[in-house]
Design a protein around this ligand. Structure first.
Ligand SMILES: [Fe+2]
Ligand SMILES: [Fe+2]
Length: 135
């Protein structure tokens, strides 16, 4: 069963960001399903690597949009992104060192709960500010 289900209320009204958030949900679900169904380490490691790359790109895109809109919450938002990337990076390094599926599962669940909470709080705030600037 999927870990995350995309709903309309996850949409922030910026199509490029919404599309990246949907891809993030799908990648998290792929990781979760792969581990639960006992996929091999190679597949899990590749899915994890995709997730990390996607997250890096997504954070860069959001930060570029915030900078363009002179969003006052940029530094705080950036700090939260950096903290998340650091945690994910550490967890990925640990997984690659011992390939424990429990670690990969815990990492996926941690990222999923962080992503939902972050999208509905900090991303929502920045999206409102960016949209207000455009109108
Ligand atoms: Fe986001
Ligand atoms: Fe964000």
């Amino acid at each position: 069963m999927a870990l995350l289900k995309w709903s309309d209320w996850h949409e922030l009204g910026i199509p490029s960001i919404d599309s990246q958030h949907k891809d993030l949900f799908e990648a998290l679900n792929r990781l979760h399903d792969a581990i639960q169904s006992g996929e091999g380490e190679g597949f899990v490691a590749r899915t994890l690597a995709f997730l990390v790359d996607h997250t890096v790109t997504h954070f860069q895109d959001e930060e570029a949009q915030m900078a363009l809109a002179a969003y006052p919450g940029l530094a705080e938002h950036q700090a939260e992104h950096s903290l998340m990337l650091k945690r994910v990076d550490e967890a990925q390094t640990q997984y690659l060192a011992d390939h424990s599926s429990m670690k990969a599962l815990a990492l996926g669940e941690m990222m999923a709960s962080w992503a939902v909470q972050h999208i509905l709080s900090m991303d929502e705030l920045f999206a409102e500010a960016v949209k207000a600037k455009r109108t």
